[in-house]
Design a protein around this ligand. Sequence first.
Ligand code: NAP
Length: 533
Amino acid sequence: MTERSVDAVIVGAGFGGLYMLHRLRKLGLTAQVVEAGDGVGGTWYWNRYPGARCDIQSLEYSYQFSDELQQQWDWSERYATQPEILRYINHVADRFELRRDVRFNTRVTTADFGETKNRWKVGTDTGDTFDTRFVVMATGCLSSANLPPIPGLASFSGDRYHTGRWPHEPVDFTGKRVAVIGTGSSAIQSIPLIAQQAKTLTVFQRTANYSVPAHNKPHDPEKVAELKARYPEYRAQNRQTAFHADFNYSEINVLDVSAAERNAEYEQRWTHGGLPFMASFADLMFVPEANQTAAEFIRGKIRQIVKDPATAKKLTPSGLVGCKRLCVDTNYYATYNLPHVSLVDINEEPIETVTTEGIRTRQQDYGFDAIVFATGFDAMTGSMTRVAIRGRGGRAIQDAWAEGPKTYLGLSVNGFPNLFMITGPGSPSVLTNMLPSIEHHVDWIADCIDWTNQQKVAAIEADAQAQENWVTHVNEVGDTSVYPRCNSWYLGSNVPGKPRVFMPYLGFPPYAEKCRQVVEAGYDGFIKQPEVA
Ligand code: NAP
């Protein structure tokens, strides 16, 4: 067991943690990344399920802090696969010599703030500890796997998988009877590929989901060259959009055009593929009646694609589209036309227990060789609250967040000085292209740490009133949209007992402007404790 003293401990070696390390090194600070896995990549290290790939175009889902890197790296497809993204982040780790400051196979379990010295003591599951001035939680928004407490789980004699904790060895479903529980993005990406191997595939669905086709394809070298010639300008343009992405946002309201015009626009976006579908009209995410027109368009597509009317009916969602994250697929709905693929609606046929042989519903016993849990994550807060973080007065983060996460700008929490979160709750994070949002936060945090050194500030933390005002503002902005109208992980409603609070901040440009103003005003809304002379 060792104890190391550093300027900063960074928890997690994903995109956030690695860039944070790079920035802090450039400031001449010592930083230690602590990573539970045996490699870099974060979400892309763990989510190795078949079909895993990004749903933001790879030319945008990539770092921009190094122009050489973004010019020299070549993405092969419009939406990169998980292995390609993992190769990329490994390349970044090598290129900037980041690995030597990453402690792998080590999970941070505790972080205790000592008020006399304004330093944190960080504990790990290997027994090694770190004495540090700053802690940066680069633990990701979707990293704590959610395994539903279905009775009998431990008794199952077959293979059990969670999409977010997929084995490193290849998994072969050939000849197997496979169950998939869940129909979110992970399920929708993996189901078509699992179906190609499995003898039978039975999908257990709780809520039908909307998905649009990816229309993924290899990159056209000419188009890539054209974009790379104006990369910084392209990035800057995207920064001005709500999702921080090239979605070709329309400024027209759906309710101002005829049904024929509206459907032509949806058809064109459907043919183009991907999340830009939600940018078809300006009011889609704000006016329920407008949203329903897009929802009905997708419902019509499901009815066209799925041949069996009873299955099509089960697969057809009734609510609004996009307030639960829209999925992007390749052949998802068509997979249900295959004779060996079937769908169980667990509202009609609830799961009672997992048995040694498979799954028992209220109606019947199903035999399975493998069960895949595509049941998502304890999103946005799980990776914070699963660490025993104790701030001033020994207060636990779980207590501070008992009514839901409270942060200032999604960066800092009152009572937890010198602790920062990358894309924490209360920041745009999951409602944006994560990569540039991560870079924005890392730059903000690095600049703040540098400022505390220059200004001889020993500790910095969110002011309680500023935090309260921010939480209210996040909810007020969220309430202008349709997002809070669905049961989604944005609200924590996928995890039993989790407080129902809308966690992300809607709209990147006003958020970035607020962050800029806070800095300009000398870190307005933060308590700055001066160093004792
Ligand atoms: P998810 O969207 O939360 O989906 C989980 C699924 O499991 C839902 O269908 C949910 O049903 C179901 N479920 C949860 N608990 C259940 C239970 N007790 N019994 C039966 N069903 C249950 O999780 P995810 O698919 O892993 O995706 C999470 C997020 O990760 C995505 O929204 C996206 O932001 C990101 N992601 C992105 C990509 C990509 O394309 N790049 C791929 C995968 C994931 P309910 O809907 O009823 O809760």
